[in-house]
Design a protein around this ligand. Structure first.
Ligand code: NAD
Ligand code: DAU
Length: 341
């Protein structure tokens, strides 16, 4: 059946991968990308689908009520998937305001449009960071959907606030919502301020690889396509009002990841530079994905050893994409964050 899907933040890392997944899997669907093109959004990422008659790109802000309502009136979407967000923890520590505006007010604005124009499903792309962190010495503990919200950074607090609003719109107004909370993603089109692409770019340029603290913090890495497939399942088959955790039991210390990248690129470990730790740095994330597996049959398909090779190769083959980004505003950001760290 034909459906119209608005994908917000579709010019960013995960959103663009989701746009590609949906256009390929559902040739009868109309996919509309609503994106403000902040520093993290990149229209060149979408160039392969720009001429697809089932695709439309709209440059607007999810906080701009007039623009959002106009788009809903024009397109009458069946489904909205909200990826649009300020997503980088380090930036939220420097400047929380824009995180509150986009991640909380933007979510409310989108849901108000859904209420006004009617919707089959509103899906909120949330994060495992809303659960806070787990201790390093308790490998038996995992985040379940029942784990209390307990945030650490302005970023995670803004995402948790949005989740609470989504649940309130469901309970108060009966809005048909779902929420997914995924662990760290990696793969093509990952913005080069995040750990994996930053380390690849620096290693290729023989620049120092800045590892926070001792590099012993643990993240639970998932290949981006597996995240996209999970969201596809949730919007079509997930139960309204429910939260689904997404993760593939793939915990690695940061230092393991950095050394793996150096090994794959044939670069020396003396490029590693230990720098001042992130303020409030979460120790360990680890998702229990039992619910999405039991209810929707989801399982990750890409093993880390394959996914990281694919990712490193993608960055080797698409140097123009990330080298164009590592300029201008991002250069200033890099100097500010790492200049005297
Ligand atoms: P990203 O920073 O790469 O992309 C964000 C996109 O949102 C960009 O294209 C940007 O232009 C757009 N955007 C920002 N503010 C906007 C606004 N006001 N209006 C319209 N568009 C706006 O982010 P990502 O890593 O792809 O993350 C996407 C979503 O997934 C976020 O909601 C994030 O919280 C969540 N998430 C990310 C990860 C991860 O590992 N990256 C894991 C779990 C959840
Ligand atoms: O868990 C999901 C979250 O994963 C998402 O909600 C966020 O949007 C996404 O950015 C990501 O957050 P992290 O803070 O885990 O990702 P980041 O790539 O910034 O950092 C990963 C780990 O690497 C973290 O422990 C900090 C460390 N790090 C990061 C950078 C950028 C370094 O040691 N050095 C660095 O230069």
């Amino acid at each position: 059946m034909k459906k119209t899907v608005i994908v917000t933040g579709g010019a960013g890392f995960i959103g663009s991968n989701f746009v590609f997944h949906m256009l390929a899997k559902y040739p009868e669907y109309r996919i509309i990308c609503l994106d403000k093109l902040t520093y993290a959004g990149n229209l060149s990422t979408l160039k392969s689908v720009m001429d697809n008659p089932n695709f439309r790109f709209v440059k607007d802000d999810i906080c701009d009520r007039e623009a959002v309502y106009k788009l809903f009136e024009e397109e009458k979407p069946d489904i909205v998937v909200n990826f649009a967000a300020e997503s980088h923890v380090d930036r939220s520590i420097e400047n929380p305001g824009v995180f509150l505006e986009t991640n909380i007010m933007g979510t409310a604005t989108l849901m108000d449009a859904c209420r006004k124009y009617g919707i089959e499903r509103y899906h909120q792309v949330s994060t495992d960071e809303v659960y806070g962190d787990l201790p390093l010495d308790r490998p038996d503990l995992f985040f379940t959907e029942e784990t209390p919200i307990h945030t650490s950074s302005p970023y995670s607090s803004s995402k948790a606030s949005a989740d609470l609003l989504v649940q309130a719109y469901n309970r108060t107004y009966g809005l048909p919502v779902t929420i997914s909370r995924c662990s760290n993603n990696y793969g093509p089109y990952h913005f080069p301020e995040k750990l994996i692409p930053l380390m690849i770019a620096n290693a290729l340029a023989d620049k120092p690889l800045p590892v926070y603290g001792e590099g012993l913090n643990v993240r639970d890495w998932l290949y981006v396509e597996d995240h996209c497939k999970a969201i596809d399942l949730i919007i079509h088959k997930g139960r309204v009002g429910e939260v689904y955790n997404i993760g593939g039991h793939n915990e690695k210390t940061n230092i393991y990841i950095v050394k793996k990248i150096l090994e794959l690129l044939g670069k020396p470990e003396n490029l590693i530079t230990y720098v001042a730790d992130r303020k409030g740095h979460d120790l360990r994330y680890a998702i229990d994905p039992t619910k999405i597996h039991n209810e929707l049959g989801w399982l990750p398909e890409t093993k880390f050893d394959d996914g990281i090779v694919k990712t490193v190769n993608w960055y080797l083959e698409n140097q123009e994409w990330w080298k164009n980004i590592i300029s201008g505003e991002y250069q200033d950001y890099y100097e500010k964050m790492y200049g005297d760290r």
